[in-house]
Design a protein around this ligand. Structure first.
Ligand SMILES: CC(C)(COP(=O)(O)OP(=O)(O)OC[C@H]1O[C@@H](n2cnc3c(N)ncnc32)[C@H](O)[C@@H]1OP(=O)(O)O)[C@@H](O)C(=O)NCCC(=O)NCCS
Length: 166
């Protein structure tokens, strides 16, 4: 059974602020992620915080949406350049909103905030990846104007059990 820290009741009707994550937000981020994924990954989130929350240098962004001092969503993204033959582009690789305040514009505010930070450094392409069967996140990204891009992901099972996996 995953541990769950109390996130408190978010207040979506209160003003929403999107800002860079602070160390003190981490327990709420961890709890929110655990609510969505069922996994309490404290070590992982510490690493993400060190890489994206502290040492970003304007290219890495770990932002939280806060309403009445409660974290109700987060987005993480990074500018990567010349990978896959691509000029600098902004990758969004995680976005999550507290299920209790969804469909009230929090996800839109988070994506807009990270997009604005990418644009500040001259990036003119935003990219993400999603699981084929995650229709919720697909609907969200479509609503934000994202469409199928030029790149396609390829993958290969490796390791000792590779052949045995379906
Ligand atoms: C996807 C997610 C971030 C959207 O956050 P949100 O705050 O609810 O989004 P918004 O309120 O800004 O919604 C914007 C648009 O997204 C679409 N959308 C949002 N929720 C939707 C739903 N349940 N069904 C269909 N479309 C939906 C709608 O087009 C919506 O516009 P509308 O309100 O005018 O209809 C949120 O549902 C979430 O965290 N889901 C789980 C995330 C996840 O799977 N993460 C793992 C991959 S990183």
């Amino acid at each position: 059974m995953p541990k769950r820290a109390a996130t408190g009741a978010p207040a979506p009707e209160a003003p929403l602020q999107v800002r860079a994550v602070k160390a003190g937000d981490l327990p709420q981020v961890i709890a929110l992620d655990a609510t969505v994924t069922g996994l309490h990954k404290a070590d992982y989130w510490q690493r993400v915080y060190r890489r994206y929350g502290v040492a970003g240098q304007g290219l890495r962004h770990f932002l939280v949406a806060v309403s009445r001092q409660q974290v109700c969503g987060f987005v993480i993204g990074e500018v990567r350049d010349w990978e896959f033959g691509s000029p600098p582009c902004g990758w969004v690789f995680a976005i999550d909103v507290d299920p209790r305040v969804r469909q009230r514009g929090v996800g839109t505010a988070l994506l807009a905030a990270v997009r604005e930070r990418f644009e500040r450094v001259g990036v003119d392409k935003l990219r993400t990846m999603l699981a084929r069967d995650n229709t919720l996140i697909l609907s969200f990204f479509r609503s934000q104007g994202l469409t199928a891009g030029r790149l396609i992901p390829l993958e290969l099972d490796i390791g000792p059990t590779a052949g045995a996996r379906p």
